[in-house]
Design a protein around this ligand. Structure first.
Ligand code: G1P
Length: 288
């Protein structure tokens, strides 16, 4: 079955971004001029996934407005002759059919994904973590849905992590297959470096078999006392094939302020902002 749906957990408090997250949901913080949640929905839409559930918590209603049409703004822009901008804004609302699901208690990533169960039903689905931004020639999730369809097993995105990052990530025990495809023998959430089965860390893209919901429902609190998605996928991996994909492209973790700055700089340079390039060169030369 084709992957047609996605769940995007976005309910976190964003404590690393306080004070701004007192009033602005973290996933609306801009990478240059575009919020991280936009990149997730765009990557989904470019991969043929148009039905999306965003999991939010109380106080994050501003998020729901981002994808809604804004007739007043469009009218004002149209009267100024800014038709191209109007088209760009309309395209954002037309990108996908978005449903908002509320997570009443912050019980962990696994619990947030479980909130999407009724929306997903009994079919494979994608999960995007908005902290993980990826620039690649082809959308990462599109490659992963192709792997799912070929192997009929869940697929997670992985990348080699630095030793410092290992205790912050889900880490897999890999059996390398052909090319950048790996079979997951086991995975652990936030292991100590000395206990980690490899350095291959999970990055926030998943294509999951709906059976993961039963594992989540039966799941006990794991690392940090939270219901972990990693534990549910690990339980699944003991019963049927789970695969990992070492994806190409540039990945930046925008879940920390310095990452958001890096991503903004990367995006600006990617768009050809030579003024910024020169300014950065000058800044770095002055500091030598
Ligand atoms: C989550 C997952 C973890 C994964 C990481 C990627 O952790 O639980 O397995 O490696 O995202 O960004 P979090 O960043 O929510 O602590």
């Amino acid at each position: 079955m084709n992957v047609r749906k996605a769940v995007i957990p976005a309910a976190g408090f964003g404590t690393r971004f306080l004070p701004v997250t007192r009033s602005v949901p973290k996933v609306l913080l801009p990478v240059l001029d575009t919020p991280s949640i936009h990149y997730m929905v765009e990557e989904a839409a470019q991969s043929g996934i148009r039905d999306i559930a965003i999991v939010i918590s109380e106080g994050q209603e501003a998020l729901t407005r981002y994808f809604n049409p804004n007739a007043k703004l469009e009218k004002a822009l149209a009267s100024q002759g800014k038709d191209e901008l109007v088209q760009r804004l309309r395209a954002i609302s037309d990108m996908a059919n978005i449903t908002y699901v509320h997570q009443a208690k912050a019980l962990g990533l696994g619990h947030a994904v479980l909130m999407g169960r009724d929306f997903v039903g009994d079919e494979p689905f994608a999960v995007f973590l908005p902290d993980d931004l990826i620039w690649a020639e082809k959308p990462t999730i599109r490659d992963m849905t192709a792997i799912y369809e070929q192997h009929q097993g869940s697929v997670i995105a992985v990348r080699e992590a630095t030793p410092e990052r290992v205790p912050n990530l889900g880490i897999i025990d890999p059996e390398h297959l052909a090319g950048n495809l790996i079979r997951v023998k086991r995975m652990v959430e936030k292991p100590r470096l000395e206990d980690a089965p490899s350095r291959l860390g999970v990055i926030g893209r998943y294509v999951l078999d709906p059976q993961v919901f039963s594992e989540l429902e039966n799941g006990k609190p794991g690392a940090l006392g939270e219901i972990q998605l990693t534990d549910a996928i690990n339980a699944l991996a003991q019963k049927k094939g789970v695969y990992a994909y070492e994806f190409p492209g540039v990945h930046i973790d925008v879940g920390v302020p310095s990452g958001l700055v890096k991503a903004s700089v990367y995006e600006a340079l990617h768009r050809g902002d030579d003024d910024l390039r020169q300014w950065l060169r000058g800044l770095l030369d002055d500091r030598k």
